[in-house]
Design a protein. Structure first.
Length: 74
């Protein structure tokens, strides 16, 4: 198991949950959605094979979609 992805997704889970609670009201729904997504990714990495492969694919897709969203937004 690659622990750096477990720690990275766990850190993202904590950050997005904090932002969902204490963030600006217009961003709370988006932060809640990202918190759910990172929770699924974290659970997949912790569960181990073969679910960690799906979690890795979901994580890469989330990074690409998040980057595309930010790029298209500006």
């Amino acid at each position: 198991m690659n622990l750096q992805w477990v720690f990275l997704s766990g850190f993202g889970l904590v950050v997005f949950n904090i932002l969902a609670i204490f963030g600006k009201p217009q961003y709370r729904k988006a932060m809640q959605a990202w918190a759910v997504l990172t929770a699924l990714i974290f659970a997949g990495f912790v569960a181990g094979p073969p679910l960690d492969q799906y979690a890795g694919g979901l994580g890469v897709a989330a990074l690409i979609l998040g980057g595309a969203y930010l790029w298209l937004r500006h």
